[in-house]
Ligand binder design. Sequence first.
Ligand SMILES: [Zn+2]
Ligand SMILES: [Zn+2]
Length: 310
Amino acid sequence: MLIDVAAAGVCGTELHFLDGLLTPGRTPITLGHEVAGVVAEVGEAVEHVQPGDRVAVHYLHACGRCRWCRTGDDHLCDAPLGFLAFGTDGGFAEQVVVPASATVPVPSGLDLAEAAALCCSGTTALHAVDVAGLTSGSSAVVYGTGGVGLALVQMLSEAGARPIAVARNPERLALARELGAETTVNAASEDVAAAIRAATGGAGADVVFELVGTRATGAAALASLAKRGTLVYVGYSFDRVEFDPLSLVVPEQRIVTSVGNRRSELVEALDLAARGRLVTRVTRHPLEDVQQVLDDLRAGRVLGRAVLIP
Ligand SMILES: [Zn+2]
Ligand SMILES: [Zn+2]
């Protein structure tokens, strides 16, 4: 299916490709895995979508047949038909070709730029909340307040948890508070673990979502965990993180990981956004400004999600 790209979100993953932490399946390749647009052409066998439809793309185009796809965990698909920006050309372009099965209708009334941003930020947040196994009233730290972090804050309040946002940028912390964070911790000026212990009556956090993935943030995240606490890794960097098993065993803490999202979670995120329950702050930029946007993202100057408009 051929899609006229209406908007493509710029994600931290882009920087991982540019830095060589992630290697695409082939080069050259077009980046951009958060894509929404309008269907331009469909293949003969496609029946459920037609030209003119507004769609968002699930960036991992699942095969629908492997053991993971059959149980709904299609984000772990063994034999994807395509993988935007990772293996096949992504959405920093005027048009993109994807299998029709990888598209999801965008509810009427939802802006396509917001829909694009949700394809990774909002959906990654939904999946991470699912992986964490939260209970209502849990204290949950969101370590990093980019697009995923701000969506996480909202999904956590929605789930009845008590979100604590950690970041170095005061503007981002203010936005996190506006979106539902009960407590904010400025990692540039505060001892993160001590601040989280203080905010949780000394107990530590039931869940910490690690969206940064450096050695320093990993250490602070582990030091912030409560007994039986769960550290959820979403972010990564070139760093390695050290821990001694004893310090995890005695308080029965867990480390789990969460990658991307299921197609069903994209459907859910778009629905939540259309009903105003998941807000994505987007800033719009012309496609030709991609380098400036990437520089801003690297410098931590992007508030919410930057979206490229071809
Ligand atoms: Zn992404
Ligand atoms: Zn599959």
